[in-house]
Design a protein around this ligand. Structure first.
Ligand code: DQQ
Length: 540
């Protein structure tokens, strides 16, 4: 449907057509980044799940390859579901994935490349002895899926990995040990469990350095390391993470802060984002995070437009040394290769209730860095009077004015502001009586189309002494990825503009606070489209 073609993105990864969901088995091999993904070859809604496959030299430009795996065995005939890669010290690649069997039982299967010397890893072999794991006693046959990358255990040659499940309404991460990836033993206890959180999908578990700025290989452990546990909550389709300490010998992970436990505290992304997965990139010594950005429109609309979902721009993940409570997520540096020329640099004084047009040209594909300085006197004097208990999601969006917010940018807007997506800060009084900053993305007016998501997304974000309020935005037609305070709080918006499209899109800055002026410093780059195409057939 040509009418909806502008919603396709210019530099996010998406298949040529049909349905996609979770990122699977990301890895780096012989100069290529590999992305596999849950894919329906036949339709723009979920089903017939197959592993799509694409490769890239830089995580930005992609070549589509033939499917890596299709549902063709009794143990995965109802779907080749989500899995993860483990690279052994000798270079072998063990791909463990969930199969939905002919009986709708969730089992774990092993696959490996037929030919490791092929940089493209075109052919995948399913192990003859599959399935390698079936649901253990006490675990529902439909509650056992998404094995993680394995890490080395306490004994030589021993590997450990975790698989998400639930027991009653308690989300759990089961741990298995193996030495050969074909036979496994369930360890006593669980890595972690959180009552009331339901089924844990796509668990991710990895170390972060508390001292250095590089990422860590999954098996890395020792002093100066904390471990991140992430669960994708099936009940509310949210990715929650917590930072904690991992006791390898005791098979236990403990959150640093019980208030910020998985399913309770922090989310990786407060917008439309789910089933994320990290991998260690040995080329650049970083941990890279992928996430699935789904649709908020109807299935019939997706069928009509012929495709559904994109993948986020890969993000580096680091421990935030300054807060000690948050991760920092940031778009991989390679995205900057799409920047066209020098940025437009603007400094704008914004009085209460003001808005200024910043960009007319190619405002549908932008990389924006913006920082805001709030009038200090206003901040100190008025915070006492401002209300407590603000939250983005229950607020009225950017049109609701407070003394110290909202202020920020407006993306994917048309000239008359009949469609607009404001991304902004809002300072309110926290429960402790001090200023508390919220970072929100307001989709209430993003689209004049009916039947699409119109929530206000967001959360509070720590703004430390001496820090400005800062944000980075990647704007790509129908996707906006927004990062506050260096990536402490992230919001992905999937929007459906009908007027603010292509050349009609505009960029504004605004300050809708009633009691403070704000100085905005903004850098704006146009972004080129990424090259995402089929691998040239003659080279296969
Ligand atoms: N998607 C896969 C499952 C996983 C879910 C099926 C999460 O393996 O639990 O497509 O989105």
């Amino acid at each position: 449907n040509a009418m909806l073609s502008w919603q396709r993105t210019a530099y996010h990864f998406q298949p040529q057509k049909n349905w996609m969901n979770d990122p699977n088995g990301p890895l780096y091999h012989k100069g290529w980044y590999h992305l596999f993904y849950q894919y329906n070859p036949d339709s723009a809604i979920w089903g017939n799940i197959t592993w799509g496959h694409a490769v890239s030299k830089d995580l930005i430009h992609w070549l589509y390859l033939p499917f890596a795996m299709v549902p063709d065995q009794w143990y995965d005939i109802n779907g080749v579901w989500t899995g993860s890669a483990t690279i052994l010290p000798d270079g072998q690649i063990m791909m463990l994935y969930t199969g939905d069997t002919d009986d709708y039982v969730q089992v774990q299967n092993l696959a490996y490349p037929a030919n490791l010397s092929d940089p493209l890893l075109l052919d995948w072999v399913k192990f003859k002895g599959n399935p390698v794991l079936v649901p253990p006693p006490g675990i529902g046959v439909k509650d056992f899926r998404d094995p993680t990358t394995a890490w080395t255990g306490p004994q030589n040659g021993q590997w450990l990995l975790t698989i998400g499940s639930k027991i009653g309404k308690t989300g759990v991460a089961l741990v298995y040990e193996t030495s050969n990836f074909t036979s496994f033993k369930l360890l006593d206890g669980v890595l972690h469990a959180v009552p009331g959180t339901g089924m844990w999908e796509c668990v991710d578990f990895y170390p972060v350095s508390t001292k250095k700025t590089n990422g860590l290989d999954t098996s890395y452990n020792g002093p100066g390391v904390k471990h991140v546990l992430k669960a994708s909550l099936d009940d509310n389709k949210q990715d929650h993470y917590a930072i904690g300490t991992y006791d390898l010998g005791k098979n236990k992970w403990t959150p640093d802060n019980p208030e910020l436990d998985c399913g309770i505290g922090l989310r990786l992304d407060y917008g439309k984002y789910y089933a994320s997965k990290t991998f260690y990139d040995p080329k650049k010594e970083r941990r890279v995070l992928w996430g699935w950005i789904g649709e908020t429109d109807s299935e019939s609309a997706d069928l009509q437009k012929g495709w559904a979902s994109v993948q986020s721009i890969p993000r580096t993940v680091l421990y935030d040394k300054k807060t000690g409570t948050h991760l920092l997520q940031w778009p991989v540096e390679e995205i900057e290769s799409l920047r066209v020329g020098d940025p437009t640099v603007k400094q704008v004084d914004l009085q209460p209730g003001s808005i200024e047009l910043l960009r007319v040209d190619s405002a549908a594909e932008l990389d924006i860095e913006a920082s805001f300085e709030v009038d200090k006197v206003a901040l100190q004097g008025i915070i006492e009077a401002d209300h407590v208990g603000f939250s983005c999601s229950t607020s009225g969006g950017a049109a609701s004015r407070g003394i110290l917010g909202p202020f920020g940018v407006i993306v994917i807007a048309d000239q008359t502001l009949s469609e607009l997506t404001p991304v902004y800060f809002y300072i309110s009084k926290g429960a402790d009586g001090r200023a508390e900053t919220h970072f929100c993305a307001d989709q209430t007016r993003s689209s004049e189309a009916p039947g699409v998501g119109k929530q206000v997304y967001g959360s509070s974000v720590p703004v430390l002494d001496g820090e400005k309020h800062s944000m980075r935005l990647l704007v790509d037609h129908s996707i906006v990825e927004s990062f506050a305070q260096g990536g402490r709080t992230v919001i992905t918006s999937r929007i459906y503009p009908t007027k603010a499209v292509n050349g009609a899109a505009r960029l504004f800055v605004f300050n809708n606070a009633t009691g403070a002026s704000v100085t905005a410093s903004v850098k704006i780059w146009s972004l080129e489209s990424a090259n995402i195409q089929s691998f040239p057939l003659q080279d296969l």
